[in-house]
Design a protein around this ligand. Structure first.
Ligand SMILES: N[C@@H](CCC[C@H](N)C(=O)O)C(=O)O
Length: 257
């Protein structure tokens, strides 16, 4: 049976979107998700999202990594799903939806989608890195040679090594550009490679940089391989709340497969 899909990208983090309000998608078919995300044999994407009906809120988000497994929160995917919900006529310029990590509020202004992220109150500071969960787990460490760094090899070593092991973590390498701007390159768990952008990743970097005293700003710009994102937040007693991830979410094409 042919399946209609929509392709979206948020700063180069790309996704296959499927309208699953009729519950026609086989959610346990890992091989099918892998195929749809495959860049040679399928459509090609870092992940796949289902938009589903929700009894109380505007919609429900279900997210799979390119490896075919359902995973934790995807910030760029969430922003693209909000744009997709608007394209389908499910919402106008605001949304409240449920994802695996809880409720999210979102706002659309042109092609800019703002997504409210999880509050963060647990931040682990280690000798060479910071670890925190922004809906997905993130390891954050500085890398001064970020431009010429082998993200895939070095990221995989950290992602599969102790203490993360098989469950893994996403790995973000960061270079400070100014008091309120940072360059970020991310190795994504479930894609098992560098992606051009990671929304929960830049959120983790912005919070980690503030926590470490690398910025005293409540709004931080993150330059990623696929463009620019902003993260703003309130902070009190090391609790980060009212956290918003802001950036473009763009429809690319629609098709049947
Ligand atoms: N691209 C994502 C992160 C998706 C989740 C990640 N691959 C994981 O499994 O932890 C984002 O934009 O947040």
């Amino acid at each position: 049976m042919q399946q209609t899909f929509y392709k979206y990208q948020g700063t180069g983090n790309d996704f296959v979107m499927i309208d699953n309000r009729q519950q026609m998608f086989d959610k346990n078919n890992t091989k099918r998700v892998q195929f749809l995300c495959d860049r040679r044999f399928g459509i090609g994407a870092d992940g796949l999202l289902l938009l589903e009906n929700h009894p109380e809120y505007d919609f429900k988000m279900v997210y799979y990594n390119a490896d075919g497994n359902e995973s934790s929160m995807c910030g760029n995917g969430g922003r693209c799903l909000v744009a997709f919900a608007k394209q389908l006529g499910v919402i106008s310029n605001q949304a409240v939806f449920e994802a695996i990590d809880g409720l999210h509020h979102a706002k659309i202004n042109g092609d800019i989608v703002q997504l409210q992220m999880l509050d963060v109150n647990t931040i682990e500071k280690h000798d060479n890195h910071v670890f925190l969960n922004t809906g997905s787990p993130h390891h954050v460490q500085f890398e001064s040679e970020i431009e010429n760094f082998d993200i895939k090899t070095k990221g995989a070593k950290i992602r599969y090594g102790a203490p993360y092991n098989e469950a893994g973590s996403n790995v973000n390498f960061v270079k400070k550009l100014s008091n309120d701007a940072f360059r970020v390159r991310t190795y994504e768990r479930g894609v098992e490679d560098e992606t051009l952008s990671c929304g929960t990743g830049v959120t983790a970097v912005a919070i980690a940089m503030h926590f470490l005293g690398e910025t005293d700003k409540n709004q931080v710009t993150l330059q990623v391989e696929g463009g620019e994102l902003k993260v703003c937040f309130d902070v009190q007693n090391n609790t980060y709340s009212n956290v918003w991830l802001i950036g473009p979410a763009t429809f690319v094409f629609k098709g049947n497969i």
